[in-house]
Design a protein around this ligand. Structure first.
Ligand SMILES: Nc1ncnc2c1ncn2[C@@H]1O[C@H](COP(=O)(O)OP(=O)(O)OP(=O)(O)O)[C@@H](O)[C@H]1O
Ligand SMILES: O=C(O)C1=C[C@@H](O)[C@@H](O)[C@H](O)C1
Ligand SMILES: [Mg+2]
Length: 172
């Protein structure tokens, strides 16, 4: 059955947009980070601290595959790094998959993340100045993987409703 996959950098709005899209379409939404936390019975931060990032990436890949193979229609919100590890980027073009990159500028990402970085282990300990530089470099490194998505939706300066409407047009 059909899988709608939202991807993009931390803070681009995957979880927020997916929730509203799910309310509108009545297609259930699964957040990959939340699924990982439920499976491990630990927060993402705790998994990074206790088991390390490599363990997290393995769990992330395994659960992503499970979700893709599940028998129902789903909206899947990926983690910010999901397309950049294992062969996950190839899965963005699998059968019955519609993948959408929510593309945000460094400025938009910085504004959204600066107030809310503690739950994101890759930026939790960075100062504001370090964060801006980190996001810019990291986004550059990851863009190749994000651009493997079938569709790209620019989210800068867009309300949640505007972005959701753009995605609904892709589904029509
Ligand atoms: N127009 C908008 N569209 C989406 N999110 C927005 C918008 N304006 C503000 N936000 C805020 O941006 C923040 C980041 O969004 P969200 O947590 O959905 O990102 P994410 O891509 O799921 O991040 P992560 O990969 O870290 O889980 C949220 O606090 C959300 O409320
Ligand atoms: O960008 C990333 O690599 C991450 C983003 C989050 O969604 C989490 O999956 C985790 O914090 C790693
Ligand atoms: Mg999220």
């Amino acid at each position: 059955m059909r899988k709608i996959i939202l991807l993009g950098y931390m803070g681009c709005g995957k979880s927020t947009i997916a929730k509203t899209l799910s309310n509108t379409t009545k297609i259930p939404f699964v957040d990959l980070d939340k699924s990982i936390e439920e499976r491990a019975n630990l927060t993402v931060n705790e998994i990074f601290e206790q088991d390390g990032e490599i363990y997290f990436r393995k769990l992330e890949h395994d659960i992503f595959i499970e979700l893709l193979n599940s028998p129902e229609d789903l909206i899947i919100g990926l983690g910010g790094g999901t397309p950049c590890y294992a062969n996950n980027h190839e899965l963005l073009n699998g059968d019955a998959v519609l993948s959408i990159y929510l593309k945000a500028s460094v400025a938009t990402l910085f504004d959204r993340l600066v107030a809310n970085k503690s739950k994101r282990p890759l930026i939790a300990d960075k100062s504001e100045e370090e964060m801006k530089e980190f996001i810019a470099k990291h986004l550059f490194d990851r863009s190749y993987y994000y651009n493997q998505a079938q569709h790209k939706v620019n989210v800068d300066g867009r309300s949640i409703e505007q972005t959701v409407n753009e995605i609904l047009n892709l589904l029509a």
